[in-house]
Design a protein around this ligand. Sequence first.
Ligand code: 13P
Length: 266
Amino acid sequence: MDRKFWLGTGWKMNKTRAEGRAYAEALQAVPDLQQLPMQLFVLPPFTALAEVAASLAGSGVLVGAQNCHWASAGAWTGEISAPQIAECGAALVELGHSERRAHFGETDVAINAKVKAVLAAGLRPLVCVGETAEERALDAATVTVARQARMALAGVAAADLDRVLLAYEPVWAIGEGGTPASPDYADAIHGALKNAVMDLHGRSVPVLYGGSVNAANALALASQPEIDGLFVGRAAWTVEGLLGLARAITPIVEARPHAPDRADRN
Ligand code: 13P
């Protein structure tokens, strides 16, 4: 399995094109960007996707979208397809974020179709799963995330699993008022998620943690053996924030078994 460490941010519905470009240019200008021992990624809104991807070309930072449609083209007014995203220079597509599940009725079945569309377009899906506070209270976190992951990845070809990433994002941990998961709790859920993928496909995939990651908790989260990356919202919406997190976790990422070498980067 891919043991490189991931660190990235989804901007959600934030930043103008000019703000996105400024972020990308500032990141590209960081002198030791290429020496950071983790795979960075940035997920702008669609409006800024092409120019952020162009600004970050050659930097080693991957750029991605926050959603896509399952069809490659057609009468789907207002939607964006995976081939259209690929054409913008993106490498990743986030799917199934809890905000999309909650506010736009996104189902596990739809997410499965989107995963296949993203893979068919040659991109990497980053599939978010996570239990609600109510599900956690019923001691159903593991069963919930395992079901979400198994449905998202059902029928995915073995050869394509190399490109799949999961993100564990407990709903109660995300955004203003969210409480970050404790490192031990997140690690246990990550282990259960990997087992669920292993049961389905005979191998596992990297699992990133997201939900109120910040400068105070990033190191402890990144120190957990089953946490393969951090997926950050608010704390990385400035370049300083993203870099601060990258620098905070660098020692532990470098000390991880199978620490990535430069040749392993995408
Ligand atoms: P916050 O880091 O702002 O809680 O957002 C997490 C998230 O939703 C990343 O996808």
